[in-house]
Design a protein around this ligand. Structure first.
Ligand SMILES: [Fe+2]
Ligand SMILES: [Fe+2]
Length: 172
């Protein structure tokens, strides 16, 4: 059984993953409207991944005798005015999610809930990967600067970049 405290904390994380999915979906739309098809495709994939993170938590809460809560979501804040700003926002958001996962791990230990602690290790590794990917994309964007040709190539190659990064990091 889940304690009330851990169930609430897991439900908060369910909302955060759902909001992440919304944020990346909004970014996909922004990029698609700007004709950046590669970037849009990347953001659609990220949005789907966040939904999968949410579902994994939903199933876990329900399997452990809790009740997963599906709550109202905030509208994403689309205030960036360049694709560089957008990726900076993505990076900051992933750092925020990592902090939230760390807090959740801390609560699991406090509650002596070792099953939840074990389950959360997947999220700990996932966040390391996502932060690393966001950081390597930002490095590439900084190299491109204002070069239009560079942006064209970046948009063409972004999905390849992330596929390569992911396969280099996870051997499965
Ligand atoms: Fe996530
Ligand atoms: Fe993420």
């Amino acid at each position: 059984m889940l304690s009330e405290k851990i169930e609430k904390a897991l439900n908060d994380q369910i909302r955060i993953e759902a909001e992440s999915s919304q944020i990346y979906l909004a970014m996909a739309c922004w990029a698609e409207a700007k004709g950046l098809e590669g970037v849009a495709g990347f953001m659609y994939d990220q949005s789907q991944e966040e939904r999968d993170h949410m579902l994994k938590l939903v199933k876990f809460v329900n399997e452990r005798g809790g009740h997963a809560q599906i709550s109202a979501l905030k509208a994403p804040d689309i205030t960036f005015n360049s694709f560089k700003d957008m990726f900076e926002m993505l990076f900051k958001h992933e750092v925020f999610v990592s902090q939230s996962i760390n807090e959740l791990v801390h609560i699991a230990l406090e509650e002596r809930d070792y099953a939840t602690h074990n389950f959360l290790q997947w999220y700990v590794s996932e966040q390391i990967e996502e932060e690393a990917m966001a950081r390597s994309i930002l490095d590439k964007i900084n190299l491109i600067g204002d070069d239009k040709g560079g942006l064209y190539l970046f948009d063409r190659d972004i999905q390849q970049i992330t596929v390569t990064t992911a396969s280099a990091e996870s051997p499965e």
